[in-house]
Design a binder for this molecule. Structure first.
Ligand code: IMP
Ligand code: MG
Length: 175
């Protein structure tokens, strides 16, 4: 399969994604009972994960969105820009950050900074994909769909230069 100038191969199927999304949602349903939960999904990448995750959440909860970006092509630029900031009050809420992927952890650091003065009761991090070998951050994900090696992937919300987000499975770059 090709996107722009790169070739990709099958990596995680639609069914495997859906079953791990259900498993993560179940963990959240169990852990966050009786709490005032706000899911905070990070655009653009997490839109599909957030959508499927929320369909399996039975907590009486809210969802809101922030928009950040740091990638250009297949490499992180290391600089995280904020395009849409926090638009709701998180005071006394249990906030669950919903990410498509945690790579270096830079984006997460930026989000934690944004939430510093929010007076949230607690902050949890939920990510579909985690690259432990690339991770250099202080905030480790609490809920992880898949831990994957340090190779570039697309699909299910993740892009290569904005293309490929629509794919319902995940594909890994061929080198
Ligand atoms: P971090 O700030 O280095 O943790 O990178 C997080 C962001 O980089 C993610 O939210 C994605 O948008 C992007 N990213 C990291 N790895 C990949 C990948 O393998 N494919 C597509 N996007 C990625
Ligand atoms: Mg992202």
């Amino acid at each position: 399969m090709n996107i722009l100038d790169k070739s990709f191969e099958n990596y995680i199927t639609r069914d495997e994604i859906q079953s791990q999304v259900k498993r993560v949602a179940e963990e959240l349903n169990q852990d966050l009972q009786e709490q005032d939960v706000v899911f905070l999904a990070v655009l653009n990448g997490s839109f599909m994960f957030a959508s499927d995750l929320m369909k399996n959440i039975r907590l009486e909860s809210e969802i809101s969105f922030i928009k950040l970006g740091s990638y250009s092509g297949t490499k992180s630029t290391g600089v995280v820009d904020e395009f849409i900031g926090l638009t709701i009050d998180l005071a006394n809420k249990t906030v669950v950050i919903v990410e498509d992927i945690v790579d270096t952890g830079k984006t997460l650091e930026k989000i934690m900074k944004m939430l510093e003065d929010s007076r949230a009761k607690s902050i949890k991090l939920c990510t579909l994909l985690f690259k432990p070998d690339a991770f250099k951050g202080d905030f480790h994900p609490d809920y992880i769909g898949f831990s994957i090696p340090n190779a570039f992937v697309v699909g299910y919300g993740l892009d290569y230069n904005e293309k490929g987000r629509n794919l319902d499975a995940i594909y890994q770059i061929k080198d």
